[in-house]
Design a protein around this ligand. Structure first.
Ligand SMILES: [Zn+2]
Length: 296
């Protein structure tokens, strides 16, 4: 009898411990998937978008709806970045997984109070710029808030999560020092941008977004606007035209051809491409800084 009971108890404990390990996260963007995997390597992580995709606009595919439905937590950017698709996914999933939004845990830049998003006006980001992961200091703040969220949801794993967060923070801080040293010569460099995708990066590195290929935030470049930019850029040429990997490069290429001086066109990865390894985030920012260093 006792043996049988203890067998039951053991089986019960085993199923409890495997239940403790089963934790599923729905990440809206690859950077949050990478961070979640660093903090909780045993979690199953679904990623809704990849680096070559525009995170403002994705299709609410049935596979994403099913993934969201089966998740314990959704980790997204917030501040309206996913306004065009996440509410639809949540509605169709019919079951709302708790939502962690990175934008709730940092101070956003460039809020546009009163700005209203229209289908023809694009992504105006009234609450502030949501592309916050391109400032590594802000990404670090998010990692700490996310660790706290995961530890609260999984109290039995708190010690391990806290330890992993501290390890990540130490490694990330030393990377920040290295990047800041490497990019010191970029301070004051002027760049032509498309959308506010790297606004936090410019602010962090002291670089200047001179003009935006978008005539209004979130609006695709127009011939009239490009002609206007060309006139102003001929007198003060930029150090580079910089696009994100998911952006249409045609407007930037046109401008590059029209300028009478050679200006490089850089296409930076908008986010981490490999979310599986511990090193993905560091490698991504290494690539960004290496590309920009070509401008020195
Ligand atoms: Zn945006």
């Amino acid at each position: 009898m006792v043996r049988t009971a203890s067998k039951w108890l053991t089986a019960g404990l085993m199923s409890l411990s495997s239940a403790a390990q089963a934790f599923t996260v729905f990440a809206c963007e690859p950077e949050w998937a990478a961070l979640t995997r660093i903090l909780m390597p045993q979690a199953t992580v679904h990623v809704a978008t990849h680096a070559a995709q525009d995170p403002h606009h994705i299709e609410a595919r049935p596979s994403l709806i099913a993934q969201l439905r089966s998740s314990d937590l959704a980790v997204c950017t917030g501040a309206g970045l996913e306004a065009g698709w996440l509410p639809l996914l949540q509605q169709r999933a019919g079951r709302a997984a708790p939502l962690f939004e990175a934008a709730d845990h940092v101070v956003l830049i460039d809020a546009r109070p009163g700005a209203v998003a229209h289908p023809w006006a694009g992504d105006v980001h009234a609450e502030g710029n949501p592309h916050l992961h391109t400032d590594p200091h802000k990404l670090l703040e998010v990692s700490q808030a996310l660790a706290e969220e995961l530890a609260t949801m999984r109290p039995a794993e708190r010690a391990a999560i806290t330890q992993r967060a501290a390890h990540f923070a130490a490694q990330w801080r030393s990377s920040i020092t290295r990047w800041e040293q490497r990019a010191a010569a970029l301070k004051g460099r002027r760049v032509v941008v498309q959308h506010a995708s790297f606004a936090y990066l410019w602010r962090w590195l002291g670089m200047i977004p001179q003009v935006d290929l978008e005539p209004k935030p979130g609006m695709a470049p127009t011939p009239g606007h490009l002609q206007h930019l060309l006139n102003s850029l001929r007198s003060t040429p930029p150090s580079a035209i910089v696009l994100a990997s998911y952006q249409d490069p045609r407007a930037g290429r046109w401008l590059q051809r029209q300028l009478q001086v050679p200006v490089p066109l850089l296409i930076l990865p908008a986010t981490v491409e490999e979310t599986a390894g511990q090193e993905g985030l560091v490698k991504w920012m290494d690539t960004v800084i290496n590309e920009l260093s070509k401008l020195e």
